[in-house]
Design a protein around this ligand. Sequence first.
Ligand code: ARG
Length: 468
Amino acid sequence: MTDRPDSKDAANSMWGGRFAAGPDSIMEAINASIGFDQRLYAQDIRGSRAHAAMLAAQGIISDNDAKAIGEGLLTVLSEIEAGNFPFRTALEDIHMNVEARLKEVIGEPAGRLHTGRSRNDQVATDFRLWVRDQCDAAIQGLTALIRAALSQAEAGADWVMPGFTHLQTAQPVTWGHHMMAYVEMFGRDLSRFQDARERMNESPLGAAALAGTGYPIDRHMTAAALGFDAPMANSLDAVSDRDFALEFLSSATICAVHLSRLAEELVIWSSAQFRFVSMSDKWSTGSSIMPQKRNPDAAELIRAKIGRILGATVALFTVMKGLPLAYSKDMQEDKEQVFDAADSLMLALAAMTGMLSDLTANRDRLEAAASSGFSTATDLADWLVRELGLPFRDAHHVTGSLVGLAEGRGVDLPDLTLADMQSVHGQITQDVFNVLGVHNSVASRQSYGGTAPAQVRAQIARWKEKLA
Ligand code: ARG
């Protein structure tokens, strides 16, 4: 399948010294990463500028050459940003595309940039910088989402709704409490990205191909210039490590799980059967055939994004598993996965934030639903324990009989008469009706982290302070 001339001219100008012929076109296709790694151009140029400045500071190249390289790289940067940079597949990747263009722009000094450096530490540096930016974006996106959930929680700190287990009515909870559950989840996501960011913030630059270099480079200087806390301590590890990408993907996956759960609840809650929430027009779509429809497409797509994000995570773990030290070309397969997962996550975070900010909870409907389904049965059992001294198991049994009685009559617990109650347990008094109302029920759950509005408000205050 060779459709390239077998001439020395076709050999790669970056490493073609010992090659007599250029690559097969299929070799070029499988080998090239420029189609996707051009997304790393800003990081690549930033890393090269830091490297060139360090080479000059260490007397490895002249100040004049470093100046020409630094300025030339800015020219290349503006060409790429203006969209008139000639990306060439024959030059494989972003690193060689930038360097080759630099040569065209500034001539001979460009050839000195790659002193004491390899594409192996270069790509590890570029990619780390890129993923670090994505951690910052995720932290920002999550902060906005947490604020949106906090606003919902604050507005409805004492609105009652059914709390579910097995999607069966369990006990009344407050809307604020439910929203704050997501604040906790997204808060853990936020801390995972912060934590990953901190750990990944070491510089691979200067590890060179794998063994370090004989040039008197200053890795601390380039690390500082690129905002890293320190240079990585082992050159083999520096070029072969992709933990930072795996940690980013793992954090993104857990976050996507949380997003999918909230999205699922919004899909259920906005259905005609539930009507717990109304989504604004901005976040709904219509049907081309059924005029009555308001579809929660954004929520459904957020629910689905986990597929791509988890897919990327599994893919990169699979690529990295069993790779011998140090660099292997397998690792070029790291980028597209992370790019796609990061794009999906940021979009899902932004969409969820928008949707939640514009969401209207139907307070009356929530309360009506909370008041049905014998949601205060546990409160009744607790009353029997507290007031009549019954063992909880017996109280559970008595309450079960009362629920059966009410169910048989097609009514709820508060609709039974005192005589009905006493027919099941003679010592029950009128006082029991106080605990059967949903507002009393939620107000009583004052244990730390419980659903009582006072507890919910305390958690809201704690989070606001945390974010301030
Ligand atoms: N495009 C390559 C990658 O993404 C850059 C590193 C190439 N290194 C090498 N020794 N061929 O991994």
